[in-house]
Design a protein around this ligand. Structure first.
Ligand SMILES: Cc1ncc(COP(=O)(O)O)c(C=O)c1O
Length: 424
């Protein structure tokens, strides 16, 4: 049985019905299931949601218009979706120990947009990690609303260590007196010292916005420090290590709640996507379990082993390793540019991204262990992945088959009765 057939067997009625109605699209869905099951998803921002999350996403809540907030909607018939949104916000507040949660942001970028809208005026100065060092597009890219509407000052990373230079952050905050300081990155593999950022923001009289899109799932599982006690506003995605549906969320102190809510709706968004909000509630419920705590710690243990094994294979990990799910490695010692290495890895079924290396001089390979850990892989499999990784970059024979064999032993959506976290 192929993996796609195994997925079909898991939910035969839905796939049979779709295939009968729309065979062209059914082939795309089944093909993607097969791709996700027969290759390894090492993209640091990806994961496999549970079937319960997928069920909420595919539920009739997708049909419901619900502008506004629970108890104050602009549409009728919101009694039940109101319950779903209250469950989601209550679970998010409890999970992260926050005064207030807004779970309506359609994406991580929308959450950051709303955070800026809540706290800033166009033209304000904002201090954030520079894009060549791992800042996100929403941290001042000229191609993004952030760079167009605000005056961004970028901090960098120590060229020797690849670590955040907190003295530089403080000096820039003192010199530029920003209205907000942003901490968070698309590629920083170490824990962030939120207290140091709070101190820098306080010295400048600035708000502190934590864009914790990447580590938020580790925070939920107690495997990374929480920005919540330090930041005025915390933005996050729900689909990375947190393992929920694609979307965003915002946490904040009680006195900012109304400003944040109004910044999401009606300022930057219209109707909330109630099926996604219900799926976020399911994911927050899962993230509150001891199983998720164990998962988050295993994600980090796996990333550490993978980083170490790759270092032994000659891929220098930025900062010398990782505290998180994320690894940024330089393939230069193999004499292969990152884009070429990514192509060879993809051909072997190892799917990942390239990303700027600290210092902005060249690109590296960015990858993570969230998805493979959800599949049930542990330290032994990480050592195997490192060997396959090196073999793929060196264009050795047989790597694609070996990756397929490894992936096949850890199906992300196994048939009922087969072990695997994503099926739970
Ligand atoms: C730090 C950071 N902020 C914001 C985002 C944006 O999230 P989205 O792609 O959901 O808009 C990302 C996505 O990877 C991110 O890493």
């Amino acid at each position: 049985m192929t993996t796609a057939e195994a997925g079909r067997a898991a939910d035969p009625a839905a796939y049979t019905a779709l295939r009968r109605q729309d065979p062209e699209l059914a082939e795309v869905l089944l093909g993607e299931l097969d791709r996700q099951s027969s290759t390894l998803q090492l993209i640091a921002a990806e994961n496999y949601t549970s079937r319960a999350v997928l069920t909420a996403l595919g539920s009739p809540l997708a049909n419901k218009y619900a502008e506004g907030y629970p108890g104050a909607r602009h549409h009728g018939g919101c009694e039940l979706v109101d319950v779903a949104e209250r469950i989601a916000t209550d679970r998010a507040k409890a999970l992260f120990g926050a005064d207030h949660a807004n779970v309506q942001s359609h994406s991580g970028s929308s959450a950051v947009l709303a955070a800026y809208a809540a706290l800033l005026r166009p033209g304000d100065t904002v201090l954030a990690m520079g894009l060549p060092y791992g800042g996100h597009l929403t941290h001042g890219s000229p191609a993004n609303f952030s760079g167009r509407w605000f005056d961004f000052v970028g901090y960098g990373l120590d060229p020797e260590t690849g670590l955040i230079d907190y003295e530089q952050v403080r000096a820039l905050a003192r010199a530029h007196r920003p209205k907000a300081v942003v901490c968070g990155s698309i590629a920083y593999p170490r824990h962030i010292d939120y207290a140091a950022f709070r101190a820098a923001a306080d010295e400048a009289g600035a708000y502190l916005i934590a864009d914790a899109a990447h580590p938020m799932g580790l925070v939920a599982g107690g495997a990374a420090p929480s920005p919540v006690p330090y930041a005025d506003v915390v933005c996050a995605t729900t689909h990375k290590v947190l393992r929920g549906p694609r979307g965003g969320m915002i946490l904040c102190r009680g006195e900012l709640a109304e400003r944040v809510d109004r910044a999401v709706f009606p300022f930057t968004q219209g109707g909330a996507q109630m099926h996604t909000i219900a799926a976020k509630a399911v994911a927050f419920g899962e993230a509150a379990t001891p199983a998720f705590t164990a998962y988050a710690h295993q994600v980090v243990a796996n990333a550490r082993v993978l980083a170490q094994a790759l270092a032994a294979e000659g891929f220098a990990p930025s900062t010398g390793g990782t505290d998180t799910h994320l690894i940024l490695a330089d393939p230069a010692p193999h004499g292969v540019p990152a884009a070429v290495a990514r192509g060879r890895l993809a051909a072997a079924g190892l799917v990942l991204d390239t990303c700027a290396l600290p210092g902005g001089d060249g690109r590296g390979l960015r990858f993570g262990t969230a998805a493979v850990t959800t599949q049930g892989m542990r330290e032994g499999e990480m050592a195997r992945i490192a060997a396959l990784f090196a073999g793929a970059v060196r264009e050795e024979d047989g790597v694609r088959d070996a990756v397929r064999e490894l992936a096949g032993r850890f199906p992300p959506y196994p048939t009922v009765g087969t072990p695997g976290a994503a099926a739970s």
